[in-house]
Design a protein around this ligand. Structure first.
Ligand SMILES: Nc1ncnc2c1ncn2[C@@H]1O[C@H](COP(=O)(O)OP(=O)(O)OP(=O)(O)O)[C@@H](O)[C@H]1O
Ligand SMILES: [Mg+2]
Length: 228
């Protein structure tokens, strides 16, 4: 069964009297276990699309179904509290800017999502597990400024995994990294997909990185030009 189905998703931003069609009737589906690589020029709507898939933003029209639930339908949506539940149950998010809190240690940063989620109790085992997966156990008590860029992104990935999400949304996760660090992140994401069956939606400018996707979504001017 499709994990994610989008039908005719449209997002219109209004700037005064001018309208920007950031998404213009986009339809596709993603199956459980896919790595979907989203590519396309700057401004083509990639971030808009993955933010809507991740329920961080709402479409102006169209339907988004996640695991059979109609989250957005023709301008209507789940309530904010229902959206919060969907985000917590299904999604982990990784961004180009790592968004680590500078005064918190690695371990504390990883625990940030649990501070906002009453129902998410994180065991010491879970913390150790994500630290081990990302190879940052030695860095547990370090502050972000003591880390390399690659390590910061691995902390951000560990944080995204703390609620055991089914789907990882990664928007240009290696955009701030050199090619060696970028390669490490590619391997980590591939491994998470293979070993833990996490579905990954990856936005990248890097054609080599996009190759880890078994599915390709190419965008231009708010439309999908290639889906395979
Ligand atoms: N909050 C907003 N208000 C108005 N216009 C917006 C807003 N967010 C995005 N846009 C516009 O929507 C279009 C798509 O933007 P989006 O950020 O999705 O592109 P992108 O493909 O992620 O680009 P990049 O590769 O540069 O990150 C662009 O024309 C952008 O200017
Ligand atoms: Mg973007």
């Amino acid at each position: 069964m499709n994990l994610i189905t989008a039908t005719g998703l449209t997002k219109i931003y209004k700037r005064g009297s001018e309208e920007v069609r950031a998404l213009d009737g986009v339809s596709f589906s993603i199956e459980k276990g896919d790595i979907a690589a989203v590519t396309g020029p700057s401004g083509s709507g990639k971030t808009t699309l993955v933010n809507i898939i991740g329920c961080l933003d709402n479409p102006s029209s169209g339907v988004l179904k996640i695991d059979g639930n109609e989250i957005f339908k023709d301008g209507a949506s789940f309530s904010e509290s229902e959206l919060t539940k969907v985000r917590r149950k299904f999604f982990g998010y990784i961004f180009q800017k790592f968004f680590l809190l500078p005064t918190l240690t690695v371990k504390e940063n990883i625990l940030v999502p649990s501070v906002f989620q009453k129902e998410l109790t994180v065991t010491q085992e879970k913390i150790n597990e994500v630290l081990e997966i990302l190879g940052i156990a030695r860095r547990k008590n370090h502050l972000p400024y003591e880390l390399s860029g690659g390590e910061m992104q691995r902390v951000a990935i560990a944080r995204a995994l703390i609620n055991s999400p089914e789907i990882l949304i990664a928007d240009e996760p290696t955009g701030n990294l050199d090619s060696k660090r970028s390669q490490e992140i590619q391997e980590i994401l591939t491994q998470l997909n293979k070993e833990r069956k996490i579905t990954i939606i990856l936005v990248t400018h890097n054609p080599e990185f996009a190759k880890i996707g078994n599915k390709k979504i190419e965008m231009k001017d708010g439309k999908i030009t290639v889906e395979n």
